[in-house]
Design a protein around this ligand. Structure first.
Ligand code: UTP
Length: 404
């Protein structure tokens, strides 16, 4: 205990021991194990939230346009469907996030976006996947990433709904890890006395968490992981045409992209950075680059990513030991104050530490941008209202003939 006291004192974090003596023996133990697993190097990054902005030489990347895809659609489909039937393709549904912008404590996938009858986000995800399975004549392994916080809720919900018709034997859940959060002065936040305010450590850790959980051990033939976010209710997963096109390209990864509609659109853009594929956030593109146009008038940096990637299993194994950068992200983080009372901040009050899947793309070495029709494949639900909200997603679903 003395040792711990001096460690926390060195780190300027003794405040987290407030009320320690009054904790139950059990709580003391769990708190000590939380403290032991703190990665202090990561916590120290709070001073450098801007360090990640140093980018290399940015150039446009070649990709497949809608027209390119159309001319070879049958060939791509045949190849992709064959890979799916041979068990070479698995899906990874990223559902470990907290969905703070949506403002619900429940797992995001359990959110009901229906109007006249319930339509859940998970239901949409599975129904989209089932369409691909039907077209190919085979099911794919479906790995669902949850977090320590939302795992029980997610599993219970899907069980109650009979996995929305997806065969249970193809589904595996695995949990991602948690990371501590700090205030703007780098002080660790507590959720309650004897409990750190932990949150999921970002979607970049999906592969190591999947492997640690041995979630894939019953599926030895996987060569490709199709990884995607839970919040795009028009997401087309295990899309055989996308799979086939990526295989034909010989690249180690593929990314579904939509054309940016205007230079200032807030979407990450796929390009080359020092010759390697890289996703550049909208605020990292210079004004000149954002506005740059080709001879035909189209934007040069126009491939907006939609969090739907296909990644080679072999390459993932090869890069498994590489460290992906940790992003220091401003968030609203509920915590207790010095009196032990819970504070639910209205505005951002601290930093969380997250790794992001988009940083894996550079490590993959090569990537094929694969254009999709925005109105048919991109309806993200991030916010309660306005852009990328329940409302905008509903309108898009209805436009695609889905009854709500
Ligand atoms: P977002 O970046 O939208 O984060 O996640 P979020 O936590 O869901 O929402 P906000 O920012 O708090 O409002 C994009 C995708 O990555 C998953 C999410 O579930 C979503 O599918 N994700 C995010 C994880 O699986 N784990 C994480 O730690 C973060």
């Amino acid at each position: 205990m003395k040792q711990l006291g001096s460690l926390l004192s060195d780190k300027g974090q003794t405040h987290i021991l407030q009320g320690f003596d009054e904790l139950s023996a059990e709580r003391k133990l769990s708190f000590l194990s939380e403290i032991e697993s703190i990665d202090w190097d990561t916590v120290a990054l709070w001073r450098h939230p801007e360090d990640l902005s140093g980018k290399g030489k940015i150039e446009p990347i070649e990709g497949l346009s809608l027209k390119d895809i159309e001319t070879r659609r049958e060939e791509y489909f045949a190849l992709g469907a064959d890979a799916i039937r041979k068990g070479k393709v698995a899906c990874v549904l990223l559902a470990g996030g907290q969905g703070t912008r949506l403002g619900s404590d429940a797992p995001k996938g359990t959110y009901d976006i229906g109007l006249s009858h319930p339509v859940y986000i998970f239901e949409m995800q599975i129904s989209n996947l089932l369409q691909s399975c039907k077209a190919c004549g085979a099911y794919v392994p479906l790995f669902i990433m949850t977090s320590e916080k939302n795992d029980p809720g997610t599993q219970a919900f899907l069980r109650e709904h009979d996995y929305f018709g997806y065969p249970k034997e193809y589904i595996r859940f695995f949990k991602q890890e948690m990371a501590p959060s700090v205030d703007f002065m780098g002080k660790l936040l507590l959720e309650e006395r004897g409990k750190l305010a932990l949150s999921p450590n970002g979607n970049g850790g999906w592969y190591s968490s999947l492997k640690r959980a041995k979630a894939d051990e019953d599926f030895p033939d996987i060569e490709w992981y199709n990884v995607y976010g839970v919040d795009n209710v028009l997401q087309r997963s295990a899309d055989p045409v996308f799979v086939g096109a990526t295989i034909v390209s010989g690249k180690m990864s593929g990314a579904k992209v939509v054309r940016k509609t205007q230079p200032q659109e807030k979407v990450g853009v796929l390009c080359l950075e020092n010759g390697k594929p890289s996703v550049i956030e909208y605020y990292e593109l210079t004004e000149e680059m954002a506005n740059m146009r080709a001879a035909d008038g189209s934007l040069v940096y126009s491939f907006g990513v939609i969090l739907n990637y296909l990644l080679s299993a072999r390459k993932l194994e090869e890069i498994a030991q590489e460290r992906i950068p940790v992003h220091v992200v401003k968030k609203k983080i509920p915590h207790i104050d010095e009196r032990g009372e819970t504070v639910r901040p209205e505005t951002e009050n601290g930093y969380k530490f997250e790794t992001l899947i988009l940083d894996m793309i550079r490590l993959m070495g090569t990537c094929l941008p694969f254009e999709v029709v925005r109105e048919s494949e991109f309806a993200p639900i991030k916010n309660k209202e306005g852009i990328d909200s329940v409302e905008s997603a509903r309108a898009l679903l209805q436009r695609n003939g889905i009854e709500l």
